[in-house]
Design a protein around this ligand. Structure first.
Ligand code: ZN
Length: 235
C-alpha cells in the first residue's frame, strides 16, 4: 500500500459559501475520496490541527505528501517546514498543488521565488509534452478545463528534471503546468490546476494525473543522508 497524506490549509471552504458549494468537505476530502483505492491509503491533515496535522510520526508513515495551500502559507511554522524538508530529502514524495507554488516548503526546496503571472478565470488547454513519463500514462495528448485560474510564465523555478505538461490559456499565456524535481533522495511533482472556486479536482483526467503522480512519487526506500568523518580505507 502507498501511504498518502493530503495536507490542506482548509480556509476558503470554511469561510466562503461559494467555495463550500464546490468542496463541501474541503479539497482534502475530495482528493482523499477519488485517490483511495486498493493500492493507496489516504489520511488528511489541515493547518489548524496540532503540528499542522503532520507531526514526525505522521510524516514517518507517509510515502507521498500532497500539499494545497493559498492564503495562509505564512501560518505554517518553520519547524513544520524543516520537518517536511527533512523527509523529502530522505525520500518522501511531495506533490505540490496549484497555489502551493508559494508555500514555504516549495520555495524552500526550489530556492527561488516561485513567482508567476496570474489572473482569475480563464479556459485552459493542457498539453502532455512528455507522454512517455509515468505521470502521463493514459493521459490524452491534450485536454481542456473550461475554467481555471490563469498561471503564466515566467514561472520562477529552477529548470525542472522533466516538464510533463504545458498549459495554454485562452488569454494567450503558457505555463509549465506539470514539472518534476529531485531533492536529495526525494521526488517532487508540481501540478498547476486546482483553483478553489473551480471543480478541477472532480475532473477525471486531473484525478488520473494525481493518481499517476502518487505512484511515481512513492519511494522505493528512504535513506538518511549522513555527513560522517571517515577513516581512510587504504592504510
Ligand atoms: Zn488559485
Amino acid at each position: 500500500m502507498i501511504r498518502v497524506t493530503v495536507w490542506n490549509e482548509f480556509l476558503h471552504e470554511q469561510t466562503e459559501e461559494e467555495i463550500r458549494k464546490v468542496y463541501p468537505n474541503g479539497i482534502h476530502e475530495c482528493i482523499k475520496e477519488f485517490l483511495q483505492d486498493d493500492e493507496i491509503t489516504v489520511r488528511t491533515a489541515t493547518l489548524d490541527m496540532p503540528d499542522c496535522g503532520i507531526p514526525e510520526e505522521v510524516l514517518a508513515q507517509t510515502d507521498v505528501l500532497l500539499w494545497w495551500g493559498h492564503a495562509r502559507h505564512q501560518d505554517v511554522p518553520d519547524e513544520v517546514v524543516d520537518r517536511v524538508q527533512k523527509h523529502v530529502l530522505q525520500g518522501m514524495g511531495l506533490l505540490v498543488l496549484h497555489s502551493g507554488h508559494h508555500s514555504k516548503i516549495f520555495r524552500r526546496l526550489m530556492g527561488t521565488t516561485c513567482n508567476l503571472k496570474w489572473r482569475d478565470a480563464d479556459r485552459e488547454r493542457i498539453w502532455t509534452v512528455h507522454p512517455a513519463h509515468p505521470i502521463a500514462k493514459g493521459i490524452p495528448e491534450h485536454f481542456e478545463l473550461p475554467q481555471e485560474e490563469m498561471y503564466g510564465e515566467q514561472f520562477d523555478i529552477p529548470t525542472p528534471d522533466d516538464t510533463v505538461f504545458l498549459g495554454w490559456f485562452a488569454g494567450g499565456e503558457v505555463f509549465r503546468s506539470g514539472c518534476t524535481f529531485t531533492r536529495g533522495n526525494g521526488r517532487i511533482f508540481y501540478f498547476q490546476p486546482g483553483h478553489e472556486s473551480n471543480p478541477t479536482y472532480k475532473n477525471p483526467v486531473i484525478q488520473k494525473v494525481i493518481r499517476n503522480a502518487v505512484h511515481w512519487l512513492c519511494p522505493e526506500q528512504r535513506i538518511e543522508i549522513p555527513c560522517p568523518n571517515t577513516e581512510s580505507l587504504e592504510k
